[in-house]
Write a protein that binds this ligand. Structure first.
Ligand code: C2E
Ligand code: MG
Ligand code: MG
Ligand code: MG
Length: 279
C-alpha cells in the first residue's frame, strides 16, 4: 500500500545517501594519501603559435592514478580537494612538478617554454600562493618568465581587493597570469582592466561552435580585438578541426591548444613532440 511504499522510498533514499557519503569519504581519504603515495601525474598539452605551428608552451594538467579506480580526471577530484583543503598541497605539488619538468627541458637544450599551471580558485587569496611560487622558483632555479599561472573568472568575483594584491605579487615575481575559460563567467570585460592579466584563454565553448554559428564567431572576433587593444595575448582553447584552426588564424588569434594539434600527454611523450618542434 501507499504507506508502505512511502516508507520504502524513504529507506531507499537514506541508503543512497549513505552510499554517496561513504564514497565521498573514501575518495577524500584516498586523496589525502595520494601525494605521499606518489599517485599524481602531470600531463602536458602543447600550446601552438598559430602563425608558425611551433610549440611555444605547455599547459600542465593533473591526473590521479588511483590504485583501484585507474586514472581519475581532475573534474572528479579537484572540488573534493578544494572542500577538504587538500588543494593547497596539490597546488604546491603541481607547481613544483611543472617547474622541475620545465627545467629539465631547458637543460636538454629545448628553447625556453612557457609552462602554464592551473591554480584552483578556492580561497585564492588565502592559500599563500605567492610564497609557494617563490619557494618553487628558488628550489628549481627556473626563470620565472617560463611559468604562467592560470586563474578563472570566478576567482576575480570574490574578495576583489585581496585577489588583486595577490595577483600583483605574483606578477612582481616575474610570472605571467592567464585568464582561463574566458567568457564563461560574469562581467568579463571589466575584469580585463582591473586585474593584471597577460593572457586571455578563449573558452572552448566558443571555439566548438565557431564554424557553425555566426554568433560565436562574432564573440571570438570581439575578444581578440579587445584583448589585443589592451595589450593581451590571446589563446584559443579546444581547437579540434582544421576549419577552426584556419578561422582562428585568420582572426589574428596568437596561440591555440586542442585535440587538433595534440591531447595532453605524459612528459616523456611531450619531449618527443619537442624534438619535432612544430605540430
Ligand atoms: P582547463 O584548465 O580549462 O583545461 C582544459 C581542459 O580541456 C583539459 O581537461 C584538457 O584535456 C581539455 N581539452 C584540451 N583540448 C581539448 C579539445 O580540443 N577538446 C576537448 N573537448 N577538450 C580539450 P582536463 O585535463 O580534464 O582538465 C579539466 C579541468 O580541471 C581544467 O580545465 C582545470 O580547470 C582543472 N585542472 C586540471 N589540472 C589541474 C591542476 O593541476 N590543478 C587545478 N587546480 N586544476 C586543474
Ligand atoms: Mg587551464
Ligand atoms: Mg580552460
Ligand atoms: Mg576549465
Amino acid at each position: 500500500n501507499a504507506k508502505n511504499s512511502g516508507k520504502n522510498q524513504f529507506q531507499f533514499y537514506i541508503e543512497s545517501l549513505n552510499i554517496v557519503a561513504t564514497e565521498r569519504f573514501s575518495l577524500e581519504r584516498d586523496l589525502a594519501r595520494a601525494i605521499d603515495r606518489d599517485e599524481f601525474v602531470l600531463y602536458f598539452q602543447p600550446q601552438i603559435d598559430l602563425a608558425t605551428r611551433k610549440i611555444v608552451g605547455a599547459e600542465a594538467l593533473i591526473r590521479w592514478m588511483h590504485p583501484q579506480k585507474g586514472m581519475v580526471p581532475p573534474d572528479k577530484f579537484i572540488h573534493v580537494a578544494e572542500e577538504s583543503g587538500l588543494i593547497i598541497e596539490i597546488n604546491k605539488w603541481v607547481l613544483l612538478k611543472a617547474c622541475s619538468q620545465s627545467n629539465e627541458w631547458v637543460k636538454d637544450g629545448f628553447p625556453a617554454l612557457s609552462i602554464a599551471v592551473n591554480l584552483s580558485g578556492y580561497k585564492f587569496a588565502h592559500q599563500n600562493i605567492v610564497e609557494s611560487i617563490r619557494d618553487v622558483l628558488q628550489v628549481t632555479r627556473l626563470d620565472p618568465g617560463n611559468i604562467e599561472v592560470e586563474i578563472t573568472e570566478t576567482i576575480l568575483m570574490q574578495e576583489t581587493e585581496e585577489t588583486i594584491e595577490t595577483l600583483k605579487q605574483i606578477k612582481d615575481l616575474g610570472v605571467r597570469i592567464a585568464l582561463d575559460d574566458f567568457g564563461t563567467g560574469y562581467s568579463s570585460l571589466s575584469y580585463l582592466t582591473t586585474f593584471p592579466v597577460d593572457v586571455i584563454k578563449i573558452d572552448r565553448s566558443f571555439v566548438i561552435g565557431s564554424t557553425m554559428h555566426k554568433n560565436n564567431r562574432i564573440i571570438i572576433k570581439a575578444i581578440i580585438a579587445m584583448g589585443h587593444s589592451l595589450g593581451k595575448k590571446i589563446l584559443a582553447e579546444g581547437i579540434e578541426t582544421e576549419e577552426q584552426f584556419e578561422l582562428l588564424k585568420e582572426y589574428g588569434c596568437d596561440e591555440a591548444q586542442g585535440y587538433y594539434f595534440k591531447a595532453p600527454v605524459p612528459a616523456t611523450e611531450f619531449t618527443r613532440l619537442l624534438k619535432k618542434g612544430a605540430l
